[in-house]
Design a protein around this ligand. Structure first.
Ligand SMILES: Cc1cc2nc3c(=O)[nH]c(=O)nc-3n(C[C@H](O)[C@H](O)[C@H](O)COP(=O)(O)OP(=O)(O)OC[C@H]3O[C@@H](n4cnc5c(N)ncnc54)[C@H](O)[C@@H]3O)c2cc1C
Length: 416
């Protein structure tokens, strides 16, 4: 018997997660990806300047990212994530030279805020109560109007935490999205906020195992196969137009559109999506980190925000980095290296470097943009949406992308 087909357009994490959920079931799965490779904004590539394989951007997960971990467990990629057994974040203040470790205790009762060696130096337990207001459900509002956005605790903890989670200046960030992140991680205790990094690269953890999983379950892939238009008739998608070939859809066939918001807008009439983005800048330096340097360090009062230590490379992430886009790459490399050298105490001139500016790294996690996110269902019976920009309740993250794919797959199953 011929099985109905689920076509997945876009083989980023959202499309892959949907496909993995559905593979081996009552549908044939066919993925159509515009690029030459899968992974979208979460993948590895060989960088000729550094002569090594790096990721398109350093990605951090937290152990509370349950959909991401479920996905990794399904495809066999979980072993690729490395991180401490307990929540443990090293920090350095570039202005004062102070260094500390933030160590939330494992369980949900946050006694760590009473332990001076675990909380941010210079803060007291009462300072942390400000977060409670964020946890009370309420109307979405800019985070700066919901919690105090100055002072030591803000500069040393909440600003770096929310800037990384939202990729948007926390002052203008959506309180609802910030609250969702806190509820799924920090509020559950240290066990849900252990930092996890794919040390062998994003593709080795998320993409290659997913492709192997799908191929062994009979899924088909078409790369360099950009979906150019969808033919709609009688309230459903009727055919997929790839330019050179037109694919008619059978009565029970479905399409999951897991492309970025701008592409989805072009393909689906009248679709509203977020339209404002925020940049991320990554800088890589080909140099071994000092012995015993932590794998991840948060930096405050500098240009750099997070420093990742890989075996032969130091790598920096700067979120909400639109202000840096017009700075010449050489100048940026020098500026960032000066800070990295100070933090690591490596007294060497600028090593071989690479700067990657992702202008449209994520949609801006503001109240306005969050309101523009559509759900997975559409006006067309057999067309579903997935992607980190759909209404997942989370900011644009690996967790949000994978959850959106899981949700779209769940709707396919429910519609059988
Ligand atoms: C530099 C950077 C750093 C990040 N850091 C983190 C982090 O630390 N932690 C975290 O959780 N998240 C992070 N993110 C966010 C995370 O990478 C994304 O949320 C996630 O990868 C988005 O997946 P997606 O499938 O929704 O979209 P995408 O990855 O954009 O996938 C969409 C896919 O659709 C394809 N496509 C486009 N048009 C078409 C078409 N017409 N037909 C067919 N295919 C098409 C694209 O080629 C792409 O492969 C970061 C992102 C960047 C860019």
């Amino acid at each position: 018997m011929v099985k109905p087909v689920v076509h997945v357009a876009g083989a980023g994490l959202a499309g892959l997660a949907a496909a993995v959920r559905l593979a081996g079931g009552p549908y044939d799965i066919v993925l159509h990806e515009a690029a030459r490779q899968a992974g979208g904004r979460c993948r590895s590539y060989y960088d000729p300047a550094l002569e090594m394989t790096i990721d398109n951007g350093n990605h951090l997960l937290l152990s509370g990212n349950c959909d991401a971990r479920e996905f990794l467990a399904a495809i066999g990629g979980e072993e690729q994530l490395a991180g401490p057994a307990d929540a443990d974040f090293a920090f350095c203040d570039l202005a004062t030279g102070e260094r500390w470790r933030l160590r939330p205790n494992a369980g949900p009762i946050p006694w760590w805020i009473f332990a001076s060696g675990r909380r941010v130096p210079g803060t007291g337990p009462r300072d942390y109560l400000g977060l409670l207001r964020l946890l009370v459900p309420g109307k979405d509002a800019p985070l700066g109007t919901v919690m105090r956005s100055n002072g030591l605790l803000y500069e040393r903890l909440w600003r770096p935490f929310f800037l990384a989670a939202l990729n948007t200046d926390p002052i203008e960030g959506s309180s609802r999205l910030a609250s969702a992140v806190v509820r799924e991680t920090l509020a559950k205790g240290g066990q849900a906020c252990r930092p996890l990094v794919a040390m062998q690269g994003l593709s080795a953890a998320f993409i290659e195992p997913a492709l192997t999983y799908l191929v062994t379950r009979g899924a088909k892939f078409f790369f360099e196969h950009r979906l150019r238009a969808i033919d709609f008739a009688e309230g459903r998608a009727n055919a997929l137009d790839f330019g050179d070939d037109m694919l008619p859809l059978g009565a029970a066939d479905k399409i999951i559109l897991a492309v970025p918001p701008s592409a989805a807008r072009d393909l689906v009439p009248g679709l509203q999506t977020p339209g404002a983005y925020r940049a991320i800048v990554n800088a890589h330096f080909k140099i071994a980190p000092p012995q015993d340097f932590p794998p991840l360090m948060g930096i405050v009062n500098g240009t750099i925000e997070w420093l990742f230590a890989f075996p032969s490379r130091l790598s920096v992430t700067i979120s909400g980095a639109d202000r840096l886009l017009d700075i010449a790459r050489e100048e940026l490399a020098e500026r960032i290296w000066a800070e990295v050298a100070k933090v690591t105490q490596i007294e060497k001139p600028l090593p071989t470097w690479q700067i990657i500016k992702e202008k449209r790294a994520t949609f801006a996690a503001t109240v306005e943009e969050n309101e523009r996110r559509p759900g997975a269902g559409t006006a067309y019976a057999n067309l579903l949406l997935a992607g980190d920009w759909t209404a997942t309740g989370l900011p644009a993250t690996i967790e949000g992308a994978i959850r959106s794919g899981h949700r779209a797959a769940g709707m396919v199953v429910a519609s059988q």
